[in-house]
Design a protein around this ligand. Structure first.
Ligand SMILES: Cc1cc2nc3c(=O)[nH]c(=O)nc-3n(C[C@H](O)[C@H](O)[C@H](O)COP(=O)(O)OP(=O)(O)OC[C@H]3O[C@@H](n4cnc5c(N)ncnc54)[C@H](O)[C@@H]3O)c2cc1C
Length: 349
């Protein structure tokens, strides 16, 4: 009989579980139901905050709730996070450990699995059970969909964000059992966080919309001129007004400003981190809007997890019109985005 532990951690407020943790809770609840297994939720939290406050959001699962609490968990740090997770795993003796693939847990999960003599698989997208527990994940840039099962226990599974709905139920009264954790001596002191300005932070995995900019933004336009500065303003204004995440085609991300010593990309807020596609990322968003991009297969393969796709292209024969988008506007993206931004501005003011 399997026993399932879902490892979770609080978000930056310190009072609630992170969204990725709540997604892992959903996966745990579903798997426990399929296996008729016992479910425990382990929480990494702060001592100054009543762990029951964070746990109340998952009280309706009926799972056993355990917490390790200490101010040391206010900041992600390998030594303390690994010790907290290890303590939760040892307290439950779980055979299956699910955890969100957050940067915090990706860093420690393999080490914790090793301490427990277990095995780990990462980037899991779904779980199911017949006779055995099956986990799926993609290989080779989302081209090969593999199903994995293992006899070895404990089996740690890190779940990709966005693959499960975040657990949502009426908050209930949570009975949280405290688990003792012996924290190791730490060498790393977290002095604070430095975040980029909102305009500089263009990759937003939680956004509903992915806005993709293609190389057309930097090409000669019907007036025979290029309008890169205007393109940059239109794109940044749209990101600011809509909260969308910014993706790029490879052709645009590859462009560099001309001139000796010019290492900056033509649109300075773009890097290869924005690139979507075969040699880029495969983000998950409810909607996507492609602009000035031709929609070639190596780019569109990165749109696999975009549910509703729209494109604005001057070319009526572009890849998007050939069945790769739900809606294509054959139009000038400069004009369309200026109008869209004006409409968004008028809504806000
Ligand atoms: C091995 C390999 C891997 C690759 N990996 C990737 C990848 O990961 N991601 C990726 O993106 N590409 C990748 N590519 C490249 C890919 O094949 C294309 O070359 C690239 O996606 C083209 O980028 P683009 O559509 O932005 O540019 P272009 O092909 O130059 O298209 C620009 C488009 O903008 C339109 N346009 C111009 N002005 C306007 C306007 N005012 N309004 C509206 N539309 C306008 C034009 O009509 C044109 O359709 C890869 C290629 C190879 C060989």
């Amino acid at each position: 009989m399997e026993t399932i532990l879902v490892l979770t951690h609080v978000d930056e407020t310190g009072t609630a579980l992170s969204k990725a943790s709540l997604e892992a809770v959903t996966a745990g609840v579903e798997l426990a139901r399929q296996l008729s297994a016992t479910l425990t939720i382990g929480i990494l939290g702060l001592a100054s905050v009543n762990a029951a406050a964070a746990a109340s959001a998952v009280a309706a699962t009926g799972a056993r709730l355990l917490a390790v609490t200490n101010e040391a968990f206010a900041q992600p740090r390998y030594a303390t996070d690994a010790a907290g997770c290890e303590a939760l795993c040892r307290a439950t003796q779980a055979s299956i450990v699910l955890a969100p693939g957050s940067s915090r847990f990706v860093r420690v999960a393999a080490g914790v699995a090793h301490r427990l003599g277990g095995f780990i698989d990462t980037h899991i997208t779904s779980l199911s059970s017949n006779d055995s527990v099956d986990a799926t994940r993609w290989f080779y840039r989302q081209r090969v969909d593999a199903t994995i099962s293992r006899d070895a226990r404990p089996w740690f599974l890190l779940l990709d964000a966005g693959t499960h709905a975040a657990y949502a139920a009426e908050p209930g009264t949570a009975q949280v059992e405290a688990v003792d954790v012996t924290l190791p001596a730490t060498r790393t002191t977290v002095e604070g966080l430095r975040s980029p300005m909102r305009d500089a932070q263009t990759i937003r995995p939680d956004a509903r919309l992915l806005f993709v900019a293609g190389a057309g933004w930097t090409k000669k336009q019907p007036d025979g001129q290029i309008h890169v500065a205007e393109a940059g303003e239109l794109i940044l204004a749209f990101l600011r007004l809509s909260g969308a995440s910014l993706g790029s085609s490879k052709s645009l991300a590859d462009q560099k400003a001309e001139g000796p010593g010019e290492e900056q990309s033509v649109l300075p807020f773009l890097t290869h981190m924005n690139q979507v596609g075969q040699t880029g990322s495969t983000p998950r968003h409810a909607k996507g809007l492609s602009t000035c991009c031709h929609g070639e297969e190596p780019h569109v393969v990165g749109w696999r997890f975009i549910a509703e796709r729209r494109a604005i292209s001057l070319d009526p024969n572009c890849g998007w019109t050939r069945g790769k988008a739900d809606v294509v506007y054959v139009a000038d993206a400069f004009q369309v985005m200026a109008k869209v931004n004006a409409l968004l501005e008028s809504r806000i003011s």
